[in-house]
Design a protein around this ligand. Structure first.
Ligand SMILES: [Ca+2]
Ligand SMILES: [Ca+2]
Ligand SMILES: [Ca+2]
Ligand SMILES: [Ca+2]
Length: 398
């Protein structure tokens, strides 16, 4: 081919292409909506979740595929499919596919002239939808379709595992919900003080008749506390008192979930953690270094909020009183389930020496004498039961 022939041939191809294009345009069926061609899933028209599509089935065989995608919130949410029927006798259905084009649901036909509403519970933000229909007496059969997230997830989401547990405030009833497949983890931590035991009442109010709520408790190391699961039954509330030490090293985690399939979704509940303020003002006083110092005769009281035989995991209340030179200490200790250790030191520095351990409260005066020199006395009150009260009366005599 010479140069001129090549030019003519190329021009002819370009003209043919141009002619073909204009020919196709001229032959477009005026009934075709702007989203065509979309008759197979691989030709699905891309739509942003939340966008309203106004389209039609232009003949009896037409089907329309759309690919919906949007920004995933990372939260379990209700995804709604709303098809508004623009025809009096067309009967629509939709089929929903996941992001890998696997079928999720074939929604039943809505009925002639009837709108279609459907919802699924999901975290995903990528779907395919196939719109098809039957029974229309004429075409096009118009419809509009909107696929949207409803943002019903509560404000503590996402908190579906212990690593994402939401920090929960005290003395505030929060309105929360569970969706299908949902679990809610919360972290309870009291940073108002350091190393002070207190009781906290965990209250779950069930706003449904069919959810069977359950709560499991975990310690600060995220290990489930043995035997901590609370199960109450459908429609019932949960109330549970827990004991926890304050401070950054201490925490408990709650796992809220349902043991029954949910009926109405979202399944609402309120959760409140009430701090009881049951410990004495002189806390923290669990070591001799932090002992409550008594400087005048009188009666003193306290509470062993969390009892137990393991001192590292129970409340201990240290009290210190100084016996001046030439004086004696008379004391009386009262309290059901109270035991105490007695320590002394002739110096105000360093650890005191244990004199006796695990003494039961004496119900009469006891006089201590240390040979006339000044001495520092420590009482460590303990209990094996929770919320045990102790009372001590001190009197310095000649
Ligand atoms: Ca189509
Ligand atoms: Ca959750
Ligand atoms: Ca105490
Ligand atoms: Ca204490």
């Amino acid at each position: 081919m010479n140069k001129k022939a090549f030019f003519l041939a190329t021009t002819a191809v370009i003209l043919m292409m141009a002619g073909f294009n204009s020919c196709k345009k001229d032959n477009v069926d005026p009934q075709l909506d702007q989203y065509e061609p979309n008759d197979v899933i691989t030709e699905a028209t891309q739509i942003t979740i939340g966008t309203k599509i106004t389209a039609n089935l232009h003949n009896r065989e037409d089907v329309d595929y759309y690919k919906f995608s949007g920004t995933a919130s990372g939260k379990i949410d209700i995804l709604k499919f709303e098809l508004s029927n623009g025809s009096t006798d067309a009967n629509f259905t939709i089929t929903i596919y996941g992001k890998n084009k696997e079928e999720i649901a074939q929604v039943p036909y809505a009925g002639s002239g009837i709108d279609l509403d459907y919802q699924i519970i999901t975290k995903d933000a990528e779907f395919y939808v196939r719109v098809s229909g039957k029974d229309a007496s004429s075409y096009p059969a118009n419809y509009s379709l909107t696929v949207k997230f409803t943002n019903v997830a509560d404000k503590y989401e996402p908190n579906d595992d212990i690593a994402t547990a939401a920090v929960f405030p005290f003395n505030t009833a929060e309105t929360l919900n569970l969706l299908t497949g949902d679990i809610d983890f919360f972290k309870i931590q009291d940073l108002s003080t350091e190393n002070v035991w207190d009781a906290y009442e965990v209250k779950l109010e069930n706003k449904t008749t069919d959810m069977s709520p359950a709560i499991n408790f975990y310690d600060a190391s995220k290990t489930e506390i043995e035997g901590s699961e609370i199960i109450v039954g459908a429609g019932k509330d949960i109330t549970k008192q827990i004991f926890m030490k304050s401070g950054a090293d201490n925490a408990q985690y709650l796992k809220v979930y349902t043991l029954s399939p949910l009926g109405t979704i979202p399944a609402n509940y309120t959760l409140e953690v009430v701090k009881k303020y049951l410990n004495e003002a002189s806390e923290p006083n669990d070591t001799w270094e932090t002992a409550q110092e008594i400087t005048t005769d009188g009666t003193y009281q306290g509470t062993i909020v969390k009892g137990g035989s393991n001192p590292a995991d129970s409340d201990i209340d240290f009290v210190k009183i100084t016996i001046p030179t030439g004086k004696k200490l008379r004391y009386r200790i009262i309290g059901d389930n109270i035991k105490y250790d007695y320590y002394y030191n002739f110096s105000n520095l360093g650890a005191p020496s244990l004199w006796y351990s695990d003494a039961s409260p004496s119900y009469g005066w006891t006089t201590s004498s240390f040979g006339g020199s000044s001495v520092y006395c420590y009482f460590a009150f303990k209990s094996t039961v929770d919320l045990a009260q102790w009372t001590v009366e001190f009197e310095l005599v000649d």
